[in-house]
Design a protein around this ligand. Structure first.
Ligand SMILES: [Fe+2]
Ligand SMILES: [Fe+2]
Length: 152
């Protein structure tokens, strides 16, 4: 493994907090969702993030012999549903990249599998967010943005 055990433990702590925060965040977004379908997709994301946190907590416990006690994970308040979704595409792709690096850095098959599965879910989230933007209406992009896109 090209990272130390202590580095991995430290990363796991951060990942657990991030995943719990993301799980709450998607719950909040689900409350703002314009359609039942969008709400269901967002609640599915929320469950996925919670499962990631749980799996990381299991790994933390195996590595340290101690149960991780997560700190309070409250999401920042969401003002703009559409903007938040767009930001989530970046966050999800960053997580995908991060977990992919961990997958490559580790030798333990269980840990590798855990990061591989989380990575796959984050990629799915990123790829499904455009469906949520589409659910907002015929076209979610402002006129100006639309012109610059078609003008490429
Ligand atoms: Fe996640
Ligand atoms: Fe995600």
């Amino acid at each position: 493994m090209s990272i130390s055990k202590s580095e991995l433990i430290c990363d796991l702590r951060n990942y657990i907090q991030d995943e719990l925060k993301d799980s709450y965040y998607y719950q909040e977004l689900a409350r703002m969702a314009p359609t039942r379908r969008a709400q269901e997709i967002l609640m599915e994301f929320s469950r996925d993030e919670k499962r990631h946190a749980e799996r990381f907590m299991d790994a933390y416990c195996r590595l340290t012999g101690k149960k991780y006690q997560p700190g309070p994970a409250r999401p920042s308040s969401i003002c703009d549903y559409e903007q938040s979704l767009k930001e989530r595409i970046m966050e999800e792709t960053n997580a995908y990249e991060e977990y992919g690096r961990k997958y490559q850095d580790l030798c333990d098959p269980c840990l590798r599998r855990m990061f591989w599965d989380a990575r796959t879910d984050e990629a799915q989230h990123a790829m499904r967010i455009p469906i949520l933007l589409h659910e907002m209406g015929a076209d979610c992009y402002p006129e100006k943005e639309r012109c610059s896109i078609t003008g490429v």
